[in-house]
Design a protein around this ligand. Structure first.
Ligand SMILES: NC(=O)c1ccc[n+]([C@@H]2O[C@H](COP(=O)([O-])OP(=O)(O)OC[C@H]3O[C@@H](n4cnc5c(N)ncnc54)[C@H](OP(=O)(O)O)[C@@H]3O)[C@@H](O)[C@H]2O)c1
Length: 302
């Protein structure tokens, strides 16, 4: 029997990766604005009902982390209240909801990877809004899986890999923050994980162990500077000129929003409960760079 998954958003990194990775026996319905606008609550339930899905994935979000500092109410409406509204709609439809969340629910002060039950404490408006979303989903229905991820990249949209490749075109050296550590995570690996979790939720409807909060990031860890070095090394393999990474501190790169110094997430619960292990970050990052440069070459060819 086909598993029909409705996902919010259309242009988002995770949605694009899901649409490219649809496995056999799965159908993905991406719902975009204006049919479903998370800032307009009355659009949410009707759009989700019309999708007639077996599982609902809320992957859309207000993701402009710095801008959220000056628009905290909008961020809260989209990431907090609307996530709850989507989960209530899922509950009324009798289907599970998967909510995508973030490492930014933590303050980053811990000296080891965060576990699901570690104390939360967001240090940004975006983080606070995503935490409100988690709480609203959990309050709306027990039939939920909240998947916290981090440092997402892909060939789509705005992300660190694309930014580094763009900066590296024009510069010999790029200054990159070296005192924030985390786990780069490919949107394709997230897409595969979502499909596996969705299947499990559908196949074992009464199993509470499959429900709750799970951490979901690439294996291994690095700093933003280490990530940038890997990106430039791979780009060099594809004929790009070398680019040096100058390691800077967070204090040297002030941004409106504070970010956690430690974004590492411990993923053993997802592996034990859902049988999902995301691959090592380096390999997936290499193939993303290779694809982006191949696509760029294709565009430049006469
Ligand atoms: N990127 C990361 O590093 C990262 C890290 C941790 C967690 N996450 C979480 O992962 C999820 C996906 O992130 P992403 O990087 O794939 O996002 P993204 O590429 O920034 O895309 C965001 C998506 O949300 C949609 N959206 C924004 N406001 C909306 C609204 N009011 N109503 C309906 N749709 C709206 C956008 O649609 P439009 O095209 O119409 O604007 C777009 O499709 C989010 O929940 C995010 O919080 C991301």
């Amino acid at each position: 029997m086909t598993l029909r998954i409705a996902v919010t958003g259309w242009t988002g990194q995770i949605v694009c990766a899901m649409l490219e990775r649809v496995p056999v026996g799965v159908e993905v319905v991406a719902i975009r604005r204006p049919e479903l606008d998370l800032a307009v609550p009355r659009t949410i339930a009707p759009a989700l009902r019309a999708a007639r899905a077996d599982v609902i994935v809320n992957a859309a979000a207000y993701t402009a982390v710095d801008q959220a500092e000056s628009e905290p109410d909008l961020a809260m409406r989209v990431n907090g209240e609307a996530a709850g509204e989507a989960a209530r709609a899922a509950a009324r439809l009798g289907v599970p909801v998967i909510q995508i969340s973030t490492d930014y629910v933590f303050d980053g002060a811990l000296d080891r990877p965060y576990r699901e039950d570690d104390a939360v404490g967001p240090v940004s408006a975006y983080g606070a809004s995503k935490l409100a979303g988690e709480r609203a989903v959990a309050a709306a229905t027990p039939d939920h899986a909240i998947l916290r991820t981090a440092w997402v990249y892909s060939p789509f949209g705005k992300n660190f890999v694309r930014t580094m490749l763009r900066l590296g075109e024009a510069r010999e050296e790029v200054g990159v923050v070296a005192d924030q550590i985390g786990c780069p995570t490919s949107a394709f690996d997230i897409a595969d994980a979502i499909f596996a979790v969705a299947r499990n939720l559908r196949q074992r409807p009464g199993d509470p162990s499959l429900r709750g909060v799970f951490h979901m990031v690439g294996r291994g860890e690095t700093s933003w500077a280490g990530f940038a070095e890997a990106i430039f090394a791979e780009a060099e393999q594809h004929g790009r000129k070398p680019v040096r990474v100058r390691r800077i501190g967070t204090a040297d790169y002030p941004t409106p929003a504070r970010r956690p110094a430690n974004s590492r997430l411990e993923c053993t619960k997802l592996a034990a409960v859902h049988g999902v292990n995301l691959p090592e970050w380096h390999e997936a990052a290499r193939s993303c760079v290779a694809r982006l440069l191949a696509e760029e070459g294709g565009r430049q060819a006469p």
